[in-house]
Design a protein around this ligand. Structure first.
Ligand code: ATP
Ligand code: MG
Length: 257
């Protein structure tokens, strides 16, 4: 099995309050893991541990990826840089020349439909456009792990659909491993290869696609939305694991045990 992320017995508390309780998780290359759960369950904390921004109190974290991108709820663009320079920044930070980075950034802005907006500053862009810049920035480094933390939750319904369609289109062209946190399982159910659910008691359960009905019921999806979800599951447009690149052991960090 070609593992991208492996967590074993990960536990995390803040000020003595447990927010992740003995989490075991394996994410394979090219998996699309949909991560669900109520507010405060620990989803963002889990992503931060995978990004090595936070250390677990106990357990081990193995991340076999060297280019990790994240798209958050809010775009998090640098206000003093143009759209083009915001996208170019992570490329330059990785050692690419400014000229080449700006060229690639321009291509990605084009792919997210923002050609002509290269020299706009974030304050001159709508929230939806800013989020598209953030998506271009995330894809520009060609991530081998893409973390999506509610990337559409601040957008109106039309932009929500547009941004999810865009992410799906880009993932069709550029397959990668994805962990996607959302409160709306319907928005990406057709991509999900597996579904994880963190419950109020901060424990994680991972379900196979075939068990999606169970997890949708735990999210309180019933009636029409439930039927819509099941329809989507049947629509079967999801990423299949393709030939994976060799493992790159780059970023193994261990919590105190
Ligand atoms: N740096 C921190 N210091 C103290 N407590 C924190 C910190 N970060 C998170 N928490 C707490 O950990 C719990 C889980 O937070 P987290 O942001 O992971 O939840 P979440 O599942 O992402 O919720 P949401 O769906 O609302 O985004 C919350 O109770 C939060 O207050
Ligand atoms: Mg969160």
């Amino acid at each position: 099995m070609n593992i991208a992320v492996r967590l074993k017995s990960v536990t995390k508390s803040f000020n003595g309050v447990k927010v992740l309780d003995n989490i075991d998780l394996e994410v394979c290359r090219n998996d699309y893991l949909l991560l669900l759960g109520p507010n405060g369950a620990g989803k963002t904390t889990l992503l931060k541990i995978i990004m090595n921004v936070l250390k677990p109190d106990k357990g081990t974290v193995e991340v076999y990826c060297k280019r990790i991108s994240c798209v958050f709820q809010e775009p998090r663009l640098l206000p003093w840089k143009t759209a083009l320079d915001n996208v170019a920044l992570p490329l330059i930070a990785r050692g690419m020349s400014k000229g080449k980075a700006r060229k690639i950034a321009g291509e990605w802005l084009h792919k997210v439909g923002l050609q002509g907006y290269e020299n706009y500053y974030p304050r001159q862009l709508s929230s939806g456009q800013q989020q598209r810049v953030a998506i271009a920035r995330a894809f520009a480094i060609e991530p081998d792990l893409l973390l999506l933390d509610e990337p559409t939750s601040n957008l109106d319904p039309e932009n929500k659909r547009y941004v999810m369609k865009l992410i799906k289109k880009l993932l069709n062209e550029f397959k990668t491993t994805v962990i996607h946190v959302t409160h709306d399982p319907l928005e990406a159910l057709n991509l999900a290869t597996r579904i994880a659910y963190i419950s109020y008691d901060h424990k994680l359960q991972v379900y196979d696609r075939s068990e999606a009905g169970k997890v949708l019921r735990s999210c309180g999806l019933t009636g029409v939305s439930y039927m819509k979800a099941i329809d989507q599951l049947e629509a079967h447009r999801f990423i299949t694991a393709s030939e994976s690149p060799p493992l790159i052991i780059k970023n193994i960090h261990e919590g105190k045990s």
